[in-house]
Design a protein around this ligand. Sequence first.
Ligand code: TUI
Length: 307
Amino acid sequence: MKTKITELLNIKYPILQGGMAWIAEHKLAAAVSNAGGAGIIAGGNAPPEVIREEIKKARELTDKPFGVNIMLMSPNADDLSEVVIEEKVAFVTTGAGNPGKFAEKWKAAGIKIIPVVPGVALAKRMERAGVDAVIAEGMEAGGHIGDNTTMCLLPQIVDAVSIPVIAAGGIADGRGIAASFMLGAEGVQVGTRFLAAEECQIHENYKELVLKAKDTDTIVTGRFTGHPCRSVKTKFSRGLVQVEKDGITSEEFETMTVGALRKAAVDGNTEEGSFMCGSIAGMIAKILPAEEIIKEMFGKAEKLLKR
Ligand code: TUI
């Protein structure tokens, strides 16, 4: 399936793996890239030397292109912006902010730039800054989200910019890919489906929560902080909603949630972990190798698109 994204990134299938902090490490990224997609190592809040190592380990597992996601709220974002240049990473995706200040130096280094944008205004600004494509991510996605849905956001961004648009949020099978293409996308970014990839290294409690989730089992917390976050409904996330209602301050909320993603992904701590996950989790029932996930998704998408 050739699109502007397969050409831009030199990949077989127009699919990017989500840059999920604490989750997307070298084994998952290499598996996705080896399967013909674009694997991504998540920078998250990690220090630069950890990500440099992750890049090196991924290179031992694949000779295919992969990228790094830079979470712009991280205090290490500036340092990571240099690591991706030094390590000659093929492309960078960004989240949780405006990567404009890095655009010139990444372009000069030949790194493709693909920011996540939650709205039309930032998409246009990014196009003017010279980025290669944008990811239109709807609020169905897991983790930090914007306010609009994929169905509404995607065609509006497609109409507003001339660069390729990648759809994200709520895509976990061939129908989601086909629908995204109908709305004008040139590719998709998939996070939640890869939580249930064999090569995904998260704690098995995390995978179990994703597999068991029903359509109503995710929840958005932290809207009042300006950084809303979607995760699986657990005692912890329900508790956050309650303290929000009771009138907690942003600082207190921050203290309660700091380290919660690590507790979920690494420790499988169902009492204090934040199991970030998209609202499509209800459709995910099987752990499969990344390659099978991708082949299954595109097999179905191609049939639908031909029809
Ligand atoms: O970044 C994500 N997803 C994430 S980051 C993350 S770590 C975190 N943990 C707790 C609280 C907050 C973050 C977990 N999941 N997705 C991409 C994304 N980017 N979603 C929304 C945005 C975004 C929001 C505002 C991108 C740009 C933006 O711009 C604001 C501006 O400066 O114009």
